[in-house]
Design a protein around this ligand. Structure first.
Ligand code: COA
Ligand code: AMP
Length: 635
């Protein structure tokens, strides 16, 4: 007997058009699609070609038209400003229509890009939805990036308008955003025509006459804009994510497939119904924030919680339980690192006892593999299923999950369970041959990818093909390695490229190496992700200096740390670097990154047969011990 998950999965693979057409019936279309899956231009597959849709209509107006205008759409909970503000669907639609009118008044039309650089305030979601309303393409940039990263994104997306705020708040620190924005604009070749700035009371931004517009003033005279029907295949947003170089990849999301897949996922993966409260404790700057703070909960008619705070320190490790209880959250989504932070401060989950969590049904974790300790701690403390699920900025929603709305499988520690319907996940070796159950290989997805996944990279079809489709013809390369066991459970073990995961944030060590190589005294360098109890991984930099450098090592280390903070941003959490005489290499000159990483993490390793000089490994171990790695903490 098949269960509903198996039936859905089978149909999604063997009859994807039938499967997704049925899901699309649940969405509002101005014009139905001509073709569900258009494969006329392989390897570029498109969903719902010929269809016309509006994402904002599906998120807001649709529910009002169905008589649910007074339902709560969004709850803003901000312990850092001591604010709770609630928006009904009608109230949020009115704000969004008003801001869409502001954008329109400043020349933004369908297809124009709008860059959004905002903290976790409702205006960030309003700006995103306002773009969707008029068919403009938003590109949200995470607040923890430095001006230079912002400049790179401005140069690539070429926004007509930038929307920002005067500041963000990091626990108790006020972070002025406007100086970063001004500096990014001065660095970038592409200049926005206007910047619309939301002034927060704790920091007033200085405004550039003629360019900068005050959000609140503009809203007082705005005429609301209505939804503009767009092609299902038109881009909704660009979200930049770390690639293997300093040049981030502009992941494109389209309108039609995105609405269909995300609305479907709310019930089938997260088991959420109309009126239920969903909380993704992430940031609108990440894909989780796009998909599950803003879009999917609203498509489904749920209430979404937008939380401006941290799991600890705002004010304490009980804040997650307070939010869950106060807003009657049914399911929450966050990264395991958030739970490790709570566990560290409140190991016995004492603070949970002060709150009624009876409405809470499921905890979903993603962003990094859920480690068994965190899994069991959360299961024991919360007494609800704790579901690890695996996805990427590129995929937009889960590749693997325990689909709670279809069939709840037993949880296996270390596994995000099974491929979600739509994802034909395979494990292959370097020759693109399928591996047997239990054997580790490259995790790849047979094309076509389901709706909601990236159709390409922004104005860069070649890089899309090169990065994802070329290595394993016929498949999308996830760049994760892992295996599928004999029960069909997937296990995601590691990245196959230079990406590391720091507190659930995706970062490129290659990009950090590019920065360190720019230090005038550095001859060569390597940046590796090493294990960290809280953040999962943190970057550590190794620098070999040029001959004749007389500056003290400590000074160079400080400068290197400062350079990464200034050029990539505080989110890189780059706090450790060391000067070494040489780096362990193969005879052909390749740095033995994997071996160095194992030494740092105090894991067993084999001396590679190709090593140039084995004594470099002893030197490396001694250097790492000096700074508390390579088992030094345990002795
Ligand atoms: N704007 C400006 N600065 C930011 C920022 C933002 N939006 N977000 C983070 N930063 C800064 C922090 O202030 C910190 O700076 P510091 O070096 O001056 O202290 C740095 O970037 C690193 O931040 P963070 O990764 O948040 O580390 P943390 O030590 O402050 O907190 C956790 C650790 C685990 C509590 C935190 O990472 C967390 O809550 N993670 C939740 C997981 C998550 O949101 N994942 C996203 C994908 S689901
Ligand atoms: P991002 O694009 O920032 O969402 O990061 C995606 C990467 O994070 C994936 O390719 C994985 O390496 C990692 N990742 C995300 N979720 C999981 C998970 N549940 N288990 C293991 N790795 C994960």
């Amino acid at each position: 007997m098949t269960n509903p998950y198996e039936a859905a999965f089978e149909q999604s693979i063997h009859d994807p058009e039938g499967f997704w057409a049925k899901a699309a019936e649940d969405c509002h279309w101005y014009k139905r699609w001509d073709k569900v899956l258009d494969d006329s231009n392989k390897p570029f597959y498109r969903w719902f070609t010929g269809g016309r849709i509006n994402t904002c209509y599906n998120a807001l107006d649709y529910h009002i038209d169905q008589g649910r205008g007074e339902n709560l759409a969004l709850i803003y909970d901000s312990p850092v400003t001591d604010t709770i503000r609630k928006y009904t669907y009608t109230a949020l639609r009115d704000e969004v229509a008003g801001f869409a009118g502001v954008l329109r008044a400043h020349g933004v039309e369908k297809g124009d890009r709008v860059l959004i650089y905002m903290p976790m305030i409702p205006e960030a979601a309003v700006a995103m939805l306002a773009c969707a309303r008029i068919g403009a393409i938003h590109s949200v940039v995470f607040g923890g990036f430095a001006a230079m990263e912002l400049a790179t994104r401005i140069n690539d997306a070429k926004p007509r308008v930038i929307v920002s705020a005067s500041c963000g708040i990091e626990v108790k620190k006020v972070i002025p955003y406007k100086p970063l924005l001004d500096s990014a604009i001065s660095m970038s070749a592409s200049k926005p025509e206007k910047c619309i700035i939301f002034q927060r009371s704790m920091e007033k931004a200085s405004m550039a006459t003629g360019r900068d517009i005050d959000w609140s003033e503009a809203m007082t005279t705005a005429s609301p804009a209505d939804c503009v029907p767009v092609a299902a295949t038109d881009p909704l947003y660009i979200l930049y994510t770390s690639g293997t170089t300093g040049q981030p990849k502009g992941v494109v999301r389209d309108n039609g497939g995105h609405v269909v897949a995300l609305k479907w996922s709310m019930k089938n993966i997260y088991d959420m119904d109309i009126g239920d409260v969903f909380w993704a404790a992430s940031d609108v700057g990440w894909v989780v924030g796009h998909s599950y703070i803003v879009y999917a909960p609203l498509f489904k008619g749920c209430t979404t919680v937008l939380f401006e705070g941290k799991p600890v320190g705002t004010p304490d490790a009980g804040v997650f339980w307070r939010v869950i209880s106060e807003h009657k959250v049914k399911a929450m989504f966050t990264a395991p690192t958030a739970f490790r932070a709570i566990k560290r401060e409140d190991p016995k989950a004492e603070r949970m006892k002060q709150h009624d969590l009876s409405h809470f049904k499921t905890l979903f974790l993603a962003g990094e593999r859920t480690d068994p300790n965190t899994l069991h701690w959360a299961e024991d403390a919360l007494n609800v299923p704790v579901i690890d699920h695996w996805w990427q900025t590129e995929t937009g929603w889960a590749i693997c999950a325990n689909c709670m709305g279809l069939h709840a499988f037993p949880v296996k520690e270390g596994s995000p369970t099974k491929p979600a319907p739509g994802w034909n996940l395979q494990v292959v070796d370097i020759s693109n041959r399928q591996m047997a159950a239990g054997e580790i290989g490259a995790l790849v997805v047979k094309l076509p990818l389901p709706p909601g996944a990236l159709p390409t990279l922004w104005q860069n079809d070649d890089r899309y093909v090169e990065s994802y489709l070329k290595e394993f013809p016929g498949y999308y390369k996830t760049a994760d390695a892992g295996f599928i066991d004999s029960d069909g459970y997937a296990f995601v073990m590691s990245r196959t490229d230079d990406i590391i995961n720091v507190a659930g944030h995706r970062l490129s060590t290659g990009a950090m190496e590019e920065v360190l190589s720019d230090h005038p005294d550095v001859a060569e360098c390597a940046v590796l992700g090493v294990d960290d109890d809280l953040k999962g991984q943190v970057p550590v930099g190794f620098m070999v200096l040029k001959a004749g450098v007389s500056k003290p090592d400590e000074e160079i280390v400080k400068e290197a740390i400062r350079m990464i903070r200034d050029r990539i941003g505080p989110v890189a959490a780059f706090k450790t670097a060391l000067v070494v005489k040489r780096l362990p290499k193969t005879r052909s000159g390749k740095i033995l990154r994997g071996t160095i990483q194992k030494i740092a993490d105090n894991k067993e390793y084999k001396v590679p047969a190709t090593i140039d000089d084995p004594t470099t490994l002893d030197e490396m171990e001694a250097a790492l011990k000096d700074i508390g790695y390579a088992g030094a903490r345990k002795t």
